[in-house]
Design a protein. Structure first.
Length: 275
């Protein structure tokens, strides 16, 4: 999982470079095409041709709409802010899942998880620091991304009992593709031949990240794997610094630490409860 997070951070760095010439949804569409082409045959090989068609296509389409919105907004956000700050903002997603779990997942919240949720939201406010100075739109776009990804995680929890991890990863890309195609004329920017190499690198990293995540979940339960997703912050910070010379400011680091601390507490606490 740590390797998957580092690969995803590298992919996000390339996405930020591509965002200078391409719309976020153009980049995401190409990502979905590549991962669908790679993961589709793997699903067929492991589960048979029938596995290409999910049992509940409407639910898969709704789930895909959440991740498409979340990742699309993230790619938009990194046009405005550095990758480390954007990554920190989307870490609000698991905190949102916990906050909504009593009503949507029928899971008790409890005083400790409630406290962690409140602290997590305080961390987001520290990162946002809403003032009348400067352009804060990137942070709010990243926050919206985290909310949609939180909805995606909830949908994952709802569908996890009926869908293997590998099939779920394929459905995410394939139904995301279906969701985006009808709106093609609104956002599509045709790739330039001179950018072939960078798109190949981007799609390779995107697919490798998906495969590594699937592999991680095949070796250990989700509740054990979950805390390691926060290693993406390390990769995001390194990519942000070495590619773009940007790092969070002092208060940014404080907010990031608070959000990650709250998220890690929730993940570790849930792991203990499930064990």
């Amino acid at each position: 999982m740590v390797l998957a997070m580092l690969v995803n951070s590298s992919k996000d760095g390339i996405a930020k470079l591509l965002a200078e010439d391409y719309t976020p949804l153009s980049i995401l569409l190409i990502q979905f095409i590549a991962t669908s082409i790679i993961l589709g045959p793997l699903v067929i090989k492991k589960y048979g041709l029938i596995a290409i068609i999910p049992r509940n296509p409407l639910a898969q389409l709704i789930r895909a709409s959440f991740v498409t919105s979340g990742v699309g907004l993230y790619y938009w956000a990194i046009n405005y802010i550095n990758i480390a700050d954007a990554t920190a903002m989307i870490f609000i997603a698991p905190i949102i899942v916990t906050a909504l779990s009593p009503w949507i997942l029928d899971e008790p919240l409890g005083i400790r998880r409630t406290t962690a949720v409140i602290i997590g939201f305080i961390g987001v406010l520290i990162i946002l620091r809403p003032t009348m100075e400067g352009d804060r739109i990137g942070y709010f776009i990243a926050l919206a991304s985290g909310i949609f990804l939180g909805a995606f995680y909830i949908a994952n929890r709802k569908l996890s009992g009926s869908t293997p991890v590998l099939s779920s990863a394929f459905y995410t890309s394939f139904f995301g593709l279906i969701f985006l195609i009808p709106f093609l004329s609104l956002y599509w920017v045709k790739p330039d031949l001179s950018d072939t190499a960078i798109f190949l690198g981007f799609t390779s990293l995107a697919t490798l990240g998906q495969v590594l995540m699937v592999a991680a979940f095949s070796f250990a339960p989700a509740n054990i794997i979950a805390p390691f997703q926060y290693s993406q912050m390390i990769g995001a910070t390194l990519i942000s610094y070495f590619l773009f010379g940007a790092l969070p400011d002092q208060w940014g680091w404080v907010g990031i630490s608070v959000v990650i601390g709250a998220g890690l507490y929730i993940a570790i606490r849930e792991a203990k409860i499930n064990n």
